[in-house]
Design a protein. Structure first.
Length: 72
């Protein structure tokens, strides 16, 4: 299984992506979803994931800010 998280400030986008993953990519699980990029970043600092879905335009931090703050 591929463990992923979704960080997006729009609930409908999260819901749509989760539906697509469940129906078209059953090997990918969305372990957590976050509408606040800061909470998502906090989760990433203490949890291992294989795949990260990021929205680009979000309040507080954009997707590139999250990637920059997250070190592998």
């Amino acid at each position: 299984m591929i463990q992923s998280i979704i960080i997006d400030d729009e609930f409908d986008s999260i819901d749509t992506l989760k539906w697509k993953l469940e129906n078209y990519c059953p090997e990918v699980t969305a372990e957590a979803t976050f509408m606040d990029p800061i909470k998502g970043l906090d989760y990433l600092k203490s949890n291992k994931v294989d795949l990260l879905f990021l929205d680009i335009e979000m309040p507080k931090l954009n997707g590139f800010d999250v990637l920059q703050a997250f070190s592998i």
